[in-house]
Design a protein around this ligand. Structure first.
Ligand SMILES: Nc1ncnc2c1ncn2[C@@H]1O[C@H](COP(=O)(O)OP(=O)(O)OP(=O)(O)O)[C@@H](O)[C@H]1O
Ligand SMILES: [Mg+2]
Length: 356
């Protein structure tokens, strides 16, 4: 088989795949911190005059063992740049990164990472088995391990039928699966996926999402960027939202989408006699917002703690409560509010990165 020139990011030491042997490993495992970004910053210099572009500014976060962290942000907010720093592909301008307690330049620490790039590129004259064999060699896996794991992973990713076909005939979704298969080859402890769900059709997205959920169940730690917010909501324990290189919100999902932000929706039928009076009484309650009205039927949105006041007012106004439901603030709403700077007229502000 022809081996293409190496892919720099996963060229690791020839040692065992478990990597991080010795003191580093022991310390990291005691600490339980898989990945730490400590005031990470990255500034690029572009053009003839070396103009500064701040891609990432002062990002700090910690990913614990077995956790799943969603790295969110609009286009150009610095997600891929951060990931490249974590993988030692580029050097941070400021701050520190600890990967399994070590510096990302430590090949043994990187050996414990499975990486799916934003746009995985493979030599298209190779077959999936050849790609995986090549990656397995880069990880220092012995022939017996490669022989065992490659068919198993191709099967898990639904690529068994295509294992002997050249990649040039593969669809985007199939290539994404090859990318995921190679990320799992060394049985890594941490998976770093840059937009793993982009470009996949709904079925492909569902399958990859399920696979990621399974990997999480198996105890792997996940760090992934995505624009598909509902997927982040279902897959992540915590999120970090970036905007123009800066963290605008971060924390555990349960805390960010707090229970006190619960809202309720009520459908109320007003009495025919005194319709206008009843309507005014209900709309005068604090926090009540009229969503729609059709004849005597009102759809209202209100903070959940106002519900008792609303029900009392409904009785008093001789109206009828037809429906009452609760809804939690969604991650999408939080994202829009924090990252997209949607102004009151609904226009999105903002250039992507900051120049200096
Ligand atoms: N090598 C580079 N040289 C100069 N500027 C760069 C370089 N790489 C990234 N940038 C700039 O840094 C900013 C962040 O880019 P990055 O690719 O990290 O964003 P992203 O959040 O991954 O975006 P997307 O969602 O589109 O993938 C952008 O403004 C980009 O133009
Ligand atoms: Mg990106």
């Amino acid at each position: 088989m022809r081996l293409p020139p190496g892919a720099a990011w996963f060229r690791v030491g020839a040692g065992d795949r478990a990597g991080c042997t010795g003191a580093n490993k022991r310390v990291a495992e005691q600490q339980d911190d898989i990945l730490t970004l400590d005031h990470l910053g990255k500034t690029f210099r572009v053009g003839f005059w070396g103009k500064k572009v701040v891609a990432v500014r002062d990002v700090s976060l910690t990913l614990k063992r077995g956790e799943s962290l969603g790295y969110l942000g609009p286009n150009g907010s610095g997600k891929t740049t951060s990931i490249k720093c974590i993988l030692n592909l580029i050097q941070p301008t400021t701050g520190k990164i600890h990967l399994f307690g070590a510096d990302p330049s430590d090949a043994n620490a990187r050996a414990r990472v499975g990486y799916l790039p934003e746009a995985p590129y493979f030599y298209d004259y190779l077959k999936p088995t050849e790609v995986l064999d090549y990656v397995g060699k880069l990880y220092g896996l012995d022939a017996a391990t490669r022989k065992k794991r490659i068919p198993m992973l191709l099967d898990r990713l639904g690529l068994s039928q295509a294992m002997d076909r050249e990649l040039r005939g593969f669809s985007k979704g199939m290539l994404q699966r090859v990318g995921i298969a190679q990320s799992l080859l060394s049985d890594p402890d941490l998976l770093i996926y840059d937009e793993p769900l982009s470009g996949l059709d709904p079925i492909g997205r569902k399958e990859v999402r399920e696979l990621m959920a399974e990997l999480r169940q198996e105890g792997k730690s996940l760090f992934f960027s995505s624009h598909v917010l509902t997927d982040i909501e279902t897959l992540c324990d915590a999120v970090c939202i970036l905007d123009r290189g800066e963290v605008v919100a971060q924390g555990r999902l349960a805390d960010l989408l707090r229970m006190d932000k619960l809202e309720s929706e009520a459908v109320i039928e007003l009495p025919v006699d005194g319709l206008e009076t009843a309507r005014s009484q209900l709309l005068a309650l604090p926090g009540v917002e009229l969503m729609a009205q059709r004849g005597a039927i009102l759809r209202l949105r209100l903070p959940t703690d106002v519900v008792p006041g609303l029900t009392a007012a409904v009785v008093e106004a001789h109206a009828t409560l037809r429906e009452l439901s609760q809804r939690r603030e969604s991650l999408e709403e939080l994202f829009v509010q924090k990252a997209l700077h949607v102004s009151t007229d609904g226009q999105r502000a903002a250039p992507a990165a900051r120049s200096m």
